[in-house]
Design a protein around this ligand. Structure first.
Ligand code: GLY
Length: 359
Protein backbone atom coordinates (compact mmCIF):
# COMPACT_ATOMS: atom_id res chain seq x y z
CA UNK A 1 0.00 0.00 0.00
CA UNK A 2 1.33 3.45 -0.93
CA UNK A 3 2.61 5.51 1.97
CA UNK A 4 2.36 2.67 4.48
CA UNK A 5 5.28 2.48 6.89
CA UNK A 6 6.44 -0.80 8.39
CA UNK A 7 8.60 -1.29 11.45
CA UNK A 8 9.69 -4.69 12.75
CA UNK A 9 9.92 -5.34 16.47
CA UNK A 10 12.92 -7.66 16.43
CA UNK A 11 12.41 -10.52 18.87
CA UNK A 12 13.75 -13.53 16.93
CA UNK A 13 10.92 -15.99 16.26
CA UNK A 14 8.43 -13.68 17.94
CA UNK A 15 9.30 -10.66 15.77
CA UNK A 16 6.28 -8.80 14.45
CA UNK A 17 5.41 -5.94 12.16
CA UNK A 18 3.90 -2.57 13.04
CA UNK A 19 2.06 -1.11 10.04
CA UNK A 20 1.39 2.64 10.09
CA UNK A 21 -0.61 4.62 7.55
CA UNK A 22 -3.77 6.41 6.60
CA UNK A 23 -6.78 4.19 5.77
CA UNK A 24 -4.78 0.98 6.11
CA UNK A 25 -7.50 -0.85 8.03
CA UNK A 26 -9.40 -1.34 4.82
CA UNK A 27 -6.35 -2.96 3.19
CA UNK A 28 -7.21 -6.67 3.12
CA UNK A 29 -3.66 -7.60 2.13
CA UNK A 30 -2.38 -6.77 5.63
CA UNK A 31 -4.74 -9.28 7.20
CA UNK A 32 -4.15 -11.89 4.51
CA UNK A 33 -0.60 -12.26 5.87
CA UNK A 34 -2.00 -13.51 9.18
CA UNK A 35 -2.22 -17.29 9.23
CA UNK A 36 -4.79 -17.67 12.04
CA UNK A 37 -8.30 -18.35 10.79
CA UNK A 38 -10.59 -17.97 13.82
CA UNK A 39 -10.73 -14.54 15.42
CA UNK A 40 -12.59 -12.84 18.24
CA UNK A 41 -12.47 -9.07 18.12
CA UNK A 42 -12.59 -7.27 21.46
CA UNK A 43 -13.79 -3.68 21.50
CA UNK A 44 -16.23 -1.29 23.18
CA UNK A 45 -19.51 0.09 21.88
CA UNK A 46 -18.05 3.47 20.98
CA UNK A 47 -15.24 2.09 18.83
CA UNK A 48 -17.62 -0.43 17.30
CA UNK A 49 -20.02 2.23 16.07
CA UNK A 50 -17.31 4.68 15.00
CA UNK A 51 -14.70 2.48 13.38
CA UNK A 52 -15.68 -1.16 12.87
CA UNK A 53 -16.88 -0.44 9.34
CA UNK A 54 -13.31 0.42 8.32
CA UNK A 55 -12.25 -3.21 8.73
CA UNK A 56 -13.15 -4.90 5.46
CA UNK A 57 -12.01 -8.43 6.31
CA UNK A 58 -15.20 -10.35 7.34
CA UNK A 59 -13.45 -13.11 9.33
CA UNK A 60 -12.15 -10.50 11.77
CA UNK A 61 -15.65 -9.25 12.60
CA UNK A 62 -17.53 -12.54 12.87
CA UNK A 63 -17.12 -12.79 16.62
CA UNK A 64 -17.25 -9.58 18.63
CA UNK A 65 -16.81 -9.19 22.39
CA UNK A 66 -17.92 -5.84 23.79
CA UNK A 67 -16.27 -4.56 26.98
CA UNK A 68 -17.30 -1.53 29.01
CA UNK A 69 -15.41 1.63 28.19
CA UNK A 70 -12.91 3.15 30.63
CA UNK A 71 -9.88 2.54 32.85
CA UNK A 72 -12.02 1.28 35.74
CA UNK A 73 -13.10 -1.66 33.57
CA UNK A 74 -9.52 -2.81 33.05
CA UNK A 75 -10.23 -5.54 35.56
CA UNK A 76 -10.84 -9.22 36.17
CA UNK A 77 -14.55 -8.94 35.23
CA UNK A 78 -13.61 -7.89 31.72
CA UNK A 79 -11.09 -10.72 31.50
CA UNK A 80 -13.78 -13.20 32.61
CA UNK A 81 -16.14 -11.87 29.98
CA UNK A 82 -13.54 -12.64 27.30
CA UNK A 83 -12.78 -16.12 28.73
CA UNK A 84 -16.52 -16.94 28.90
CA UNK A 85 -17.06 -15.98 25.29
CA UNK A 86 -14.04 -17.96 24.10
CA UNK A 87 -14.96 -21.07 26.09
CA UNK A 88 -18.65 -21.01 25.17
CA UNK A 89 -17.74 -20.62 21.50
CA UNK A 90 -15.06 -23.32 21.59
CA UNK A 91 -12.09 -21.16 20.73
CA UNK A 92 -8.99 -23.34 20.67
CA UNK A 93 -5.30 -22.58 21.00
CA UNK A 94 -4.84 -21.72 17.34
CA UNK A 95 -7.43 -18.92 17.45
CA UNK A 96 -6.53 -15.26 17.72
CA UNK A 97 -7.86 -12.24 19.61
CA UNK A 98 -7.99 -8.80 18.02
CA UNK A 99 -7.75 -5.80 20.36
CA UNK A 100 -9.60 -2.96 18.66
CA UNK A 101 -9.55 0.16 20.83
CA UNK A 102 -7.37 2.19 23.16
CA UNK A 103 -4.99 1.10 25.90
CA UNK A 104 -7.67 -0.40 28.14
CA UNK A 105 -8.92 -2.71 25.39
CA UNK A 106 -5.36 -3.50 24.29
CA UNK A 107 -4.00 -4.32 27.75
CA UNK A 108 -7.08 -6.34 28.76
CA UNK A 109 -7.29 -8.29 25.51
CA UNK A 110 -3.55 -8.89 25.59
CA UNK A 111 -3.75 -10.34 29.10
CA UNK A 112 -6.70 -12.55 28.17
CA UNK A 113 -4.73 -13.86 25.20
CA UNK A 114 -1.64 -14.40 27.38
CA UNK A 115 -3.60 -16.60 29.74
CA UNK A 116 -6.41 -18.25 27.74
CA UNK A 117 -5.40 -21.90 27.33
CA UNK A 118 -1.88 -20.85 28.41
CA UNK A 119 -1.56 -18.32 25.63
CA UNK A 120 -3.00 -17.62 22.20
CA UNK A 121 -2.03 -15.06 19.57
CA UNK A 122 -3.41 -11.56 19.38
CA UNK A 123 -3.32 -8.52 17.12
CA UNK A 124 -3.34 -4.93 18.29
CA UNK A 125 -5.38 -2.36 16.35
CA UNK A 126 -4.97 0.74 18.54
CA UNK A 127 -7.39 3.62 18.05
CA UNK A 128 -5.99 6.29 20.40
CA UNK A 129 -2.71 8.13 20.00
CA UNK A 130 -1.50 6.84 23.36
CA UNK A 131 -2.10 3.23 22.48
CA UNK A 132 -0.58 3.71 19.01
CA UNK A 133 2.71 5.03 20.35
CA UNK A 134 2.97 3.06 23.56
CA UNK A 135 0.70 0.39 24.93
CA UNK A 136 0.06 -1.57 21.71
CA UNK A 137 3.78 -2.11 21.15
CA UNK A 138 6.09 -4.19 23.34
CA UNK A 139 3.85 -6.85 24.85
CA UNK A 140 3.03 -5.45 28.27
CA UNK A 141 -0.46 -6.73 29.00
CA UNK A 142 -2.49 -6.61 32.18
CA UNK A 143 -5.22 -5.25 34.38
CA UNK A 144 -5.44 -2.99 37.42
CA UNK A 145 -5.85 -4.07 41.04
CA UNK A 146 -7.49 -1.82 43.61
CA UNK A 147 -4.06 -1.48 45.25
CA UNK A 148 -2.23 -0.47 42.10
CA UNK A 149 -2.34 0.08 38.38
CA UNK A 150 -1.19 -2.73 36.04
CA UNK A 151 -0.37 -4.91 39.05
CA UNK A 152 -1.62 -8.11 37.42
CA UNK A 153 -0.32 -9.01 33.98
CA UNK A 154 2.07 -10.77 31.66
CA UNK A 155 4.56 -10.04 28.92
CA UNK A 156 2.89 -11.32 25.77
CA UNK A 157 3.79 -9.90 22.37
CA UNK A 158 1.15 -9.37 19.69
CA UNK A 159 1.70 -10.92 16.23
CA UNK A 160 1.03 -7.60 14.48
CA UNK A 161 0.15 -3.99 15.27
CA UNK A 162 -1.95 -2.10 12.75
CA UNK A 163 -2.09 1.68 13.17
CA UNK A 164 -4.54 3.61 11.02
CA UNK A 165 -4.24 7.37 11.54
CA UNK A 166 -7.84 7.81 10.37
CA UNK A 167 -8.97 6.50 13.76
CA UNK A 168 -7.54 9.63 15.38
CA UNK A 169 -10.16 11.79 13.64
CA UNK A 170 -12.80 11.04 16.23
CA UNK A 171 -10.50 11.28 19.23
CA UNK A 172 -11.19 14.17 21.62
CA UNK A 173 -8.52 16.86 21.87
CA UNK A 174 -7.98 15.85 25.50
CA UNK A 175 -7.30 12.23 24.54
CA UNK A 176 -5.07 13.28 21.66
CA UNK A 177 -3.02 15.53 23.93
CA UNK A 178 -2.70 12.74 26.49
CA UNK A 179 -1.12 10.64 23.73
CA UNK A 180 1.25 13.50 22.96
CA UNK A 181 2.64 13.13 26.48
CA UNK A 182 4.04 9.70 25.54
CA UNK A 183 5.34 11.07 22.22
CA UNK A 184 7.17 13.90 24.02
CA UNK A 185 8.51 11.31 26.48
CA UNK A 186 10.35 9.52 23.64
CA UNK A 187 12.05 12.78 22.69
CA UNK A 188 13.16 13.35 26.29
CA UNK A 189 14.56 9.87 26.89
CA UNK A 190 16.14 9.16 23.52
CA UNK A 191 16.04 11.75 20.78
CA UNK A 192 16.64 15.48 21.23
CA UNK A 193 16.20 16.10 17.48
CA UNK A 194 12.75 14.56 17.69
CA UNK A 195 11.90 16.70 20.73
CA UNK A 196 13.00 19.82 18.82
CA UNK A 197 10.98 18.73 15.78
CA UNK A 198 7.84 18.35 17.93
CA UNK A 199 8.44 21.82 19.39
CA UNK A 200 8.66 23.33 15.90
CA UNK A 201 5.70 21.44 14.49
CA UNK A 202 3.17 21.76 17.32
CA UNK A 203 0.61 23.50 15.10
CA UNK A 204 0.81 20.94 12.32
CA UNK A 205 0.47 18.12 14.85
CA UNK A 206 -2.56 19.80 16.44
CA UNK A 207 -4.14 20.23 12.99
CA UNK A 208 -3.68 16.45 12.48
CA UNK A 209 -1.59 16.95 9.37
CA UNK A 210 -1.26 13.34 8.11
CA UNK A 211 2.48 13.38 7.44
CA UNK A 212 3.16 14.89 10.86
CA UNK A 213 0.98 12.28 12.54
CA UNK A 214 2.76 9.48 10.70
CA UNK A 215 6.13 10.99 11.63
CA UNK A 216 5.40 11.19 15.38
CA UNK A 217 3.85 7.72 15.50
CA UNK A 218 6.62 6.14 13.43
CA UNK A 219 9.46 7.71 15.41
CA UNK A 220 7.80 6.80 18.73
CA UNK A 221 7.26 3.20 17.62
CA UNK A 222 10.85 2.97 16.32
CA UNK A 223 12.28 4.13 19.63
CA UNK A 224 10.04 1.80 21.58
CA UNK A 225 10.77 -1.17 19.28
CA UNK A 226 14.53 -0.67 19.57
CA UNK A 227 14.31 -0.60 23.35
CA UNK A 228 11.97 -3.61 23.57
CA UNK A 229 14.19 -5.61 21.20
CA UNK A 230 17.11 -5.07 23.57
CA UNK A 231 15.28 -5.61 26.85
CA UNK A 232 11.88 -7.24 26.43
CA UNK A 233 11.30 -8.06 30.12
CA UNK A 234 12.46 -4.73 31.55
CA UNK A 235 15.63 -5.92 33.23
CA UNK A 236 17.41 -2.65 32.41
CA UNK A 237 16.93 -0.09 29.64
CA UNK A 238 13.22 -0.72 29.04
CA UNK A 239 12.72 0.93 32.42
CA UNK A 240 13.56 4.24 30.71
CA UNK A 241 10.16 4.06 29.04
CA UNK A 242 8.70 4.49 32.51
CA UNK A 243 9.82 8.10 32.74
CA UNK A 244 7.14 9.88 34.75
CA UNK A 245 5.23 6.67 35.43
CA UNK A 246 6.02 6.21 39.13
CA UNK A 247 4.63 9.67 39.81
CA UNK A 248 1.90 9.25 37.20
CA UNK A 249 0.60 5.94 38.52
CA UNK A 250 0.51 7.34 42.05
CA UNK A 251 -1.49 10.35 40.83
CA UNK A 252 -3.95 8.09 39.01
CA UNK A 253 -4.26 5.81 42.03
CA UNK A 254 -4.84 8.65 44.52
CA UNK A 255 -7.31 10.49 42.34
CA UNK A 256 -9.18 7.32 41.37
CA UNK A 257 -8.60 5.79 37.93
CA UNK A 258 -10.10 7.71 35.07
CA UNK A 259 -10.17 11.20 36.67
CA UNK A 260 -6.98 12.15 34.89
CA UNK A 261 -6.04 10.38 31.69
CA UNK A 262 -2.91 8.23 31.92
CA UNK A 263 -1.03 10.54 29.55
CA UNK A 264 -1.94 13.56 31.66
CA UNK A 265 -0.69 11.88 34.81
CA UNK A 266 2.64 10.83 33.28
CA UNK A 267 3.16 14.28 31.72
CA UNK A 268 2.93 15.86 35.15
CA UNK A 269 5.06 12.95 36.40
CA UNK A 270 7.94 13.47 33.99
CA UNK A 271 7.95 17.19 34.60
CA UNK A 272 8.39 16.41 38.32
CA UNK A 273 11.18 13.96 37.38
CA UNK A 274 12.82 16.71 35.31
CA UNK A 275 12.71 19.04 38.30
CA UNK A 276 14.54 16.42 40.39
CA UNK A 277 17.20 16.31 37.63
CA UNK A 278 17.50 20.09 37.92
CA UNK A 279 17.97 19.75 41.70
CA UNK A 280 20.71 17.16 41.03
CA UNK A 281 22.45 19.38 38.44
CA UNK A 282 21.70 16.83 35.67
CA UNK A 283 19.42 19.13 33.71
CA UNK A 284 19.47 22.85 33.00
CA UNK A 285 16.52 24.85 34.25
CA UNK A 286 16.06 26.10 30.65
CA UNK A 287 15.56 22.47 29.55
CA UNK A 288 13.01 21.94 32.34
CA UNK A 289 11.18 25.03 31.05
CA UNK A 290 11.27 23.75 27.45
CA UNK A 291 9.53 20.57 28.60
CA UNK A 292 7.03 22.58 30.66
CA UNK A 293 6.23 24.87 27.70
CA UNK A 294 5.77 21.97 25.34
CA UNK A 295 3.40 20.27 27.77
CA UNK A 296 1.46 23.50 28.16
CA UNK A 297 1.16 23.90 24.42
CA UNK A 298 -0.66 20.56 24.37
CA UNK A 299 -2.75 21.57 27.40
CA UNK A 300 -1.11 18.92 29.56
CA UNK A 301 -0.98 19.41 33.33
CA UNK A 302 2.18 20.91 34.79
CA UNK A 303 0.86 20.93 38.36
CA UNK A 304 -0.42 18.10 40.54
CA UNK A 305 -4.19 17.77 40.94
CA UNK A 306 -5.76 19.96 43.63
CA UNK A 307 -6.26 18.53 47.12
CA UNK A 308 -3.79 15.71 46.65
CA UNK A 309 -1.92 14.84 49.83
CA UNK A 310 1.81 14.85 49.02
CA UNK A 311 2.77 12.34 51.75
CA UNK A 312 0.01 9.97 50.69
CA UNK A 313 1.21 10.30 47.11
CA UNK A 314 4.72 9.33 48.22
CA UNK A 315 3.34 6.32 50.15
CA UNK A 316 1.56 5.15 47.00
CA UNK A 317 4.77 5.50 45.03
CA UNK A 318 6.31 2.96 47.39
CA UNK A 319 3.75 0.43 46.14
CA UNK A 320 4.89 0.82 42.56
CA UNK A 321 6.44 -2.11 40.69
CA UNK A 322 9.60 -0.04 40.35
CA UNK A 323 10.38 -0.31 44.07
CA UNK A 324 13.46 -2.38 45.03
CA UNK A 325 14.45 -3.04 48.67
CA UNK A 326 11.86 -0.52 49.82
CA UNK A 327 13.56 2.20 47.82
CA UNK A 328 11.95 3.78 44.77
CA UNK A 329 13.77 3.42 41.47
CA UNK A 330 13.40 6.67 39.53
CA UNK A 331 13.84 7.31 35.85
CA UNK A 332 15.34 10.74 35.45
CA UNK A 333 16.21 12.77 32.36
CA UNK A 334 19.83 13.64 31.85
CA UNK A 335 19.16 16.75 29.81
CA UNK A 336 16.79 16.39 26.84
CA UNK A 337 17.46 13.27 24.74
CA UNK A 338 18.90 11.01 27.44
CA UNK A 339 17.63 9.39 30.62
CA UNK A 340 19.00 7.13 33.32
CA UNK A 341 17.92 4.86 36.15
CA UNK A 342 18.48 6.50 39.55
CA UNK A 343 18.44 4.29 42.64
CA UNK A 344 19.18 6.52 45.57
CA UNK A 345 17.27 9.75 45.37
CA UNK A 346 16.54 11.15 48.81
CA UNK A 347 12.94 11.38 49.95
CA UNK A 348 13.63 15.05 50.75
CA UNK A 349 14.42 15.90 47.12
CA UNK A 350 11.36 14.03 45.88
CA UNK A 351 9.04 15.70 48.40
CA UNK A 352 10.48 19.09 47.39
CA UNK A 353 9.81 18.33 43.71
CA UNK A 354 6.25 17.25 44.59
CA UNK A 355 5.65 20.38 46.68
CA UNK A 356 7.04 22.60 43.90
CA UNK A 357 4.35 21.17 41.63
CA UNK A 358 1.42 21.40 44.06
CA UNK A 359 -1.61 23.31 42.67
N1 GLY B 1 4.85 1.69 28.73
C1 GLY B 1 6.16 1.30 29.04
C2 GLY B 1 6.57 0.00 28.44
O1 GLY B 1 5.88 -0.55 27.61
O2 GLY B 1 7.61 -0.53 28.81
Amino acid sequence: MKNMKKIIVKLDKRSYPIYIGKNILSDKSIFSKIKEKKFALVTNNKIKSLHLKKIKTPSLKKDIIILKDGEKFKNQDSINKIYNHLLKNKFSRDSCLVAFGGGVIGDTTGYASATYQRGINFIQIPTTLLSMVDSSVGGKTGINHELGKNMIGAFHQPIAVIIDTENLKTLSIKQFNAGMAEVIKYGIIKDKKFFDWIEKNTDKIKEHDTQSLIKIIKRSCEIKSEIVAQDEKEKNIRALLNLGHTFGHAIENNLGYGKWLHGEAIACGFLIAASISVQLGKMKNSEYLKIKNLLESFNLPVKLPKDLNINKLFETMLLDKKVKDNSIVYILPNGIGKAYIANSISKKKVIKALKDHAS
